[in-house]
Write a protein that binds this ligand. Sequence first.
Ligand SMILES: [Zn+2]
Length: 407
Amino acid sequence: MNCRHCGTSLEHTFLDLGYAPPSNAYLTEADLSKPEKYYPLKVKVCSYCWLVQTEDYARADELFSSDYAYFSSTSSSWLMHAKYYAQNIIQRLNLNQSSYVIEVASNDGYLLKNFVAAGIPCLGIEPTNSTADAAENINIPVLRKFFGKLLGEQLAINGQQADLIVGNNVYAHVPDINDFTCGLKAALKPTGTITLEFPHLMRLLEFNQFDTIYHEHFSYLSLTSVERIFKAAGLRIWDVEQLPTHGGSLRIYGCHDEDIHPNTENVRKILAEEKQFGLQNINTYQNFQARASKIKNDLLQFLIDQVHLGKKVVAYGAAAKGNTLLNYAGIRPDLIPVVYDSALAKQGKYMPGSHIPILSSALLKNTLPDYLLILPWNIAGEIKNENSELVKAGVRFIAAIPELAAI
Ligand SMILES: [Zn+2]
């Protein structure tokens, strides 16, 4: 396989997590009697441009089927994050009624509704029908397509170039990152700004976040690699911020290469930090497998010990990252009998691979387990606050990442 950005032959495996079904392929009761598709989950690193990427294995349209269950508005902290972003960017770029905002992967309208409320014309691009329906129900125009070079050029021809293009947690999910970036370039006005948010590879390495690796997540990005990809498409990164979301993300601000925006000091600073951390050194990537394996072994040891002690461990949050962890560790309902979740769309279904049933989080207070394993550790604080009565009742909250520990 060759690098999806620069075409260099990929010689180095960063992490091998075995075989797993797509992490969002939640199963119905009827699905349990059918065969389940597993794909290799292996991540490579390019020793030329340092793009970390999953091995090729399946088509994007197979992964993002129309019943894809994730609705961004489910998380209250994410809604607040989107609201603050909208308020700030409207001010920073002086956006008004004559501006145009495009969001790629606009999901259920969790973000664009803030622009609609401010009277700023906008367009969501979203291939998933269920979330696009939800956005249209709150008066957000949606184009139901995958974004790329062709669609970017079509928008330009239609006079729909944007003053602001937003992409939150989509850039790492696109299979052809060069084509997607050319689309951004084509759909951007000469003085426009692109902001993209994506989990920061440096934090993944630093905090053992190997469970954020799944098939739908094609690239693991650093400022170093994204700056290079932008440059090849005629774009330039003029500012960058570090965010606490998803265990540590970057928000980059891009413009046309020839735009007059001066680069902020942040760009130089984070590039230097990444170099210092070793993101351009193959050794940095090569001991990661052992760290993932240690977390798996520690978790299994703990679960088996609790079985022997007669204690009950259940999980909370049927998140994609939970599926990576459970399937890599080979955990099945004998060790964790149930996962509780507050999202209606997942309740009554089963986790892919592990086949652990998902029940409403409202039922949790009736059972009072000894331990609650929080799978989406990035919102562990939010989950603990929402369930303070369980803490009072003596339920212990734990997470497996960055290491097995109490929360
Ligand atoms: Zn490369």
